[in-house]
Ligand binder design. Structure first.
Ligand code: BEZ
Ligand code: FE
Length: 283
């Protein structure tokens, strides 16, 4: 470990919950729609309980586990691992959008990261700079491939040990987070570090849940991105690395074939890769 302290599921879970709570969300759901969803949820529960003849002991373990997830602040973590990919799919990927595919946001996005020029290096520590550099370049375009003026690419990712700034102690606030302001034709060239696969925090109730069904807690190495341009639908997505460990069995089921990069080592010893983002028009 090179971070000053060892983060625990409790620390990062509570940080994710505090961030989420501070945002106070709401949804415009009618009573009729709420009633239909509530009935279907209870019908699904009923079917599961009958199908598996769930015992009283199992019911009590469920109650205890749900209390633990809340006390560890792990609802954002658990929901983003096991549910968000379906929400993303139904809202962005299964409808008629033609632009770059989206993927889950996950619990570690923080708005307001430092603005960076179109050709930039991500904020990083000396220990990050010692990792394999990744030069990630490309263009934000419309669906016809025309560059978009005023585009921004927000990038955030974990360090080589799998920790995100603001969710683990001892890491500078905006480490490996930035909002890149593309040039007038939507181009960007970002130098960062090649991220590594990481385990989602698993010393708490989410980890217990994964062990209970014999699963693993790994996510493949990835970059998180939020790409925006005036008059265009913003996308939230992730990019992965060809042949990377856990790409086929991501615990969060968030990998899509269209989102896999294949960086090549350049003569400068850095990994280089290019990827363009095509944004749909605003509805
Ligand atoms: C992540 O990409 O960092 C992530 C996604 C879902 C749950 C936990 C972490
Ligand atoms: Fe992530």
């Amino acid at each position: 470990m090179t971070t000053t302290e060892n983060p625990t599921a409790h620390d990062s879970g509570n940080a994710a919950t505090d961030k989420f709570k501070s945002e106070r969300v709401s949804a415009d759901t009618s009573t009729e729609r709420a009633a239909a969803i509530y009935r279907d949820v209870l019908d699904a529960f009923k079917e599961i309980v009958h199908k598996h003849e769930v015992t009283y002991d199992e019911y009590r373990v469920l109650k205890q586990w749900m209390i633990d997830v809340g006390e560890y602040g792990e609802w954002p973590l658990w929901l983003d691992v096991f549910v968000e990919h379906e929400i993303e799919d139904v809202n962005y990927s299964r409808n008629s959008l033609a632009g770059t595919k989206g993927s889950i946001e996950g619990p570690y996005y923080v708005a307001g990261s430092p603005k960076l020029a179109s050709k930039c290096t991500m904020p990083m520590r000396e220990q990050d700079a010692a990792c394999t550099p990744l030069v990630f370049s490309g263009q934000v375009t419309d669906l016809e491939g025309n560059g978009l003026t005023g585009a921004t690419v927000e990038l955030w990712h974990a360090d080589e040990e799998g920790y995100y700034s603001q969710f683990a102690p001892g890491i500078p606030e905006w480490n490996l987070r930035g909002t890149i302001e593309c040039d007038d034709e939507g181009h960007y060239e970002i130098t960062t570090l090649q991220p590594a696969p990481y385990q989602i925090p698993n010393d708490g109730p989410t980890g217990w849940f994964i062990k209970s069904y014999g699963g693993h807690p790994w996510r493949p190495a990835h970059l998180h991105l939020m790409v925006k341009a005036p008059g265009r639908l913003p996308i939230t997505t992730q990019l992965y690395f060809k042949g990377g460990e856990w790409v086929e069995t991501d615990v969060a089921t968030a990998v899509k074939p269209e989102l896999i990069l294949d960086p090549q080592q350049g003569e400068d010893g850095k990994n280089h890769v290019s990827y363009n983002f095509a944004l749909d028009p605003e509805a």
